[in-house]
Design a protein around this ligand. Structure first.
Ligand SMILES: Cc1cc2nc3c(=O)[nH]c(=O)nc-3n(C[C@H](O)[C@H](O)[C@H](O)COP(=O)(O)O)c2cc1C
Length: 348
């Protein structure tokens, strides 16, 4: 019998819009905030979420009482897919069972990260060059759990090999293929090639596979995501760095969307940052460094405003979340009026 969980990718309404896994960015706190900000403005929000990439041995050691930090989550993030990486099929089998026991909605295998530190171990994008091992890892997840399995990958290592590689992955019976339209050696240079993503859809259709194809790379808004869905036939789009330029990106398909990010007042934008800082502190206390969050402060300020950049420089000098939140409340009058600031009045 097919587990009801296994239909996750088929059941999600089209187009599927999702937030990309990003190490040190999309922790449980940010995932929750991105979705709740979208809901607050009356938008659907990302329909499925992904954890940051997690070493398979950390997944094995996780328990409900003591999950690995990357596997910390809350019910508001459902359905939440765990992204794993590694090279050992036995560990993948055990890890998949552990992830299912922890109650997650799916398993995504990272076959795309181009960083040398992981590639040199044969993991992530290096697997594009070792298909038999890639197949073993997928099969091991299947043996270990009945959860849907997706693979997030790139179009090749040095040059696009979309035909060979995507056909191979789809032949393994995966439930979803998430394709970043760059080769690994490009890292983040140039532009993602959406023709390769369209090619992956054609291959899926020619094979008669039921797998969902999700496109990824350089999408900066939901309008852009929609256009690319129409042009390529993908089932959905995964958006990563776009959220840095517009933290309310997923709120924009609402009948009453927020004003453009740069049209919001400093008070409003810093209100969102205060909310982020406070939620981060509540969740992590000392368990995740405040410095990790600091790297993303600049997303909340306008790059061309001298006043805001000066505030940002002062903010960087502060050593604790409490000090940063208090500074913002004082300097930008960011203290929310009511729990959600004045947006509460707009969307009760
Ligand atoms: C800071 C950062 C961290 C990332 N961490 C991960 C990760 O943990 N797992 C993963 O599959 N991809 C990771 N990526 C890649 C993104 O998921 C995405 O594939 C890539 O940024 C391209 O999409 P975009 O152009 O929408 O950003 C990361 C990207 C960035 C910028």
């Amino acid at each position: 019998m097919i587990s009801p969980m296994a239909t996750l990718w088929q059941d999600l309404p089209r187009p599927i819009f999702t937030l990309a896994p990003m190490e040190d960015v999309t922790d449980t706190v940010f995932r929750r905030l991105v979705r709740s900000w979208a809901h607050r403005w009356g938008a659907r929000g990302p329909s499925v979420l992904f954890t940051e990439f997690t070493r398979i041995d950390s997944a094995i050691r996780s328990t409900p009482e003591k999950p690995d930090g990357r596997l910390r989550s809350s019910p508001e993030e459902d359905p939440l897919v765990v992204q794993i990486w590694g090279t050992n099929p036995a560990e993948f089998e055990e890890g998949a069972a552990a992830i299912e026991a922890l109650g997650f909605a799916g398993i995504d295998i990272n076959m795309g990260c181009p960083a040398w530190k992981v590639r040199k171990s044969g993991a992530c994008s290096a697997l594009i060059g070792t298909p038999p091992l890639a197949a073993e890892l997928i099969a091991a997840c299947r043996r270990g759990s009945s959860l849907p399995i997706s693979v997030k990958t790139r179009t090749g290592i040095t040059f696009p090999e979309t035909d060979r590689w995507c056909r191979f992955l789809l032949d393994q019976g995966i439930d979803a293929l998430i394709l970043h339209g760059r080769v690994a050696d490009e890292m983040y240079q140039g532009w993602a090639d959406w023709r390769e993503i369209r090619r992956a859809v054609e291959i899926r259709d020619a094979l008669g596979s039921q797998a969902a194809v999700i496109g990824n790379g350089d999408v900066c808004s939901l309008d852009h995501a929609l256009r690319l869905t129409e042009q390529t036939g993908v089932d959905g789009v995964m958006i990563g760095r776009g959220i840095f330029f517009d933290p309310l990106l997923f709120a924009r398909d609402s009948p009453t969307p927020p004003p453009p990010w740069e049209a919001l007042s400093l008070e409003e934008r810093s209100g969102y940052l205060v909310e982020h800082i406070r939620a981060y502190h509540r969740e992590w206390q000392e368990k995740r460094s405040f410095e990790v969050l600091k790297k993303f402060f600049r997303n909340y300020f306008l790059p061309h405003s001298a006043r805001e950049q000066a505030l940002l420089r002062q903010l960087y000098t502060l050593g604790s979340p409490q000090a940063a939140a208090a500074f913002l409340e004082e300097s930008c009058q960011a203290a929310p009026r009511g729990q959600w600031g004045h947006h509460e009045a707009v969307h009760p």
